[in-house]
Design a protein around this ligand. Sequence first.
Ligand SMILES: Nc1ncnc2c1ncn2[C@@H]1O[C@H](COP(=O)(O)OP(=O)(O)OP(=O)(O)O)[C@@H](O)[C@H]1O
Ligand SMILES: [Mg+2]
Length: 276
Amino acid sequence: MENMIEVRHLCFEYEENQPIIQDVSFTIQKGQFVAILGHNGSGKSTIAKLLIGLLEKKSGEIIVAGTPLTQETFYDIRHDIGIVFQNPDNQFIGATVRDDIAFGLENKCVPPEEMDAIIDSFSKRVGMYDFLDHEPSKLSGGQKQRVAIAGILAMAPKILILDEATSMLDPRGKKEINELVKKLRQESDMTVISITHDIDEALQSDQVILLNQGKVEKMGPSDEILRDKETLLRLGLNVPFAYMVSERLKKDGYLDQIEIRQERLVDQLCQFVSKK
Ligand SMILES: Nc1ncnc2c1ncn2[C@@H]1O[C@H](COP(=O)(O)OP(=O)(O)OP(=O)(O)O)[C@@H](O)[C@H]1O
Ligand SMILES: [Mg+2]
């Protein structure tokens, strides 16, 4: 397994003597899908900004694909990372949706004759093809998020960071984007970091890094972390929806074990019914 991102003893403060990120260490392997999960203000977006060099660390190390992130390597590393920020209003440059997606591709030196096909394809994949000539500022929050995601995915980044990037989408929209990211991962071995406080969103990931007040509280496989009810509730998070349902069903004798994934819960119930 190849390490894509290594973070070692990372510390950061916005104001002197007010530590925000405190001795954070983790490793993300190539092709992995990792969720950074934590309550509001736990430092998730700050970590994302540190990873792309938008904020400068106080101490510690960030190594991307074997290269330490420094002022000299910043530009090359940024090239490999696509980030969709939390607030879609701050990420548009173009006068139209088409110009906006094109801007990122121009920066990546994609030949102009290939550009239209890429823009058409990704705008279709996020359901925004009919809006290519619209002004980004006049779109709804969810539509802006779709365009921001299309713009980043069109650039085929090696690492994709989604910072609450689907927070304004309805459940169906979230599902569509999740499916799209899943498909692109299968096609390209893209490494994905999904930043969220939505536990059901974190279920998509292989690994979870659980943050609490700027420190790593726990990390490990999502199946393990997302069933740790005591820790999740203590950190002000929810348990997965399937957990709540299966806890009740187990209490009433309909299930033998707690499930955190809805598909597994349905399987278990079907087995129970067929045994009857
Ligand atoms: N520009 C800033 N200047 C000073 N403090 C900041 C700044 N940005 C964030 N903070 C503080 O840093 C801490 C971490 O903020 P951050 O935005 O990283 O949290 P988050 O986990 O992304 O939260 P949310 O879930 O609300 O997006 C918070 O206490 C916040 O008040
Ligand atoms: Mg945030």
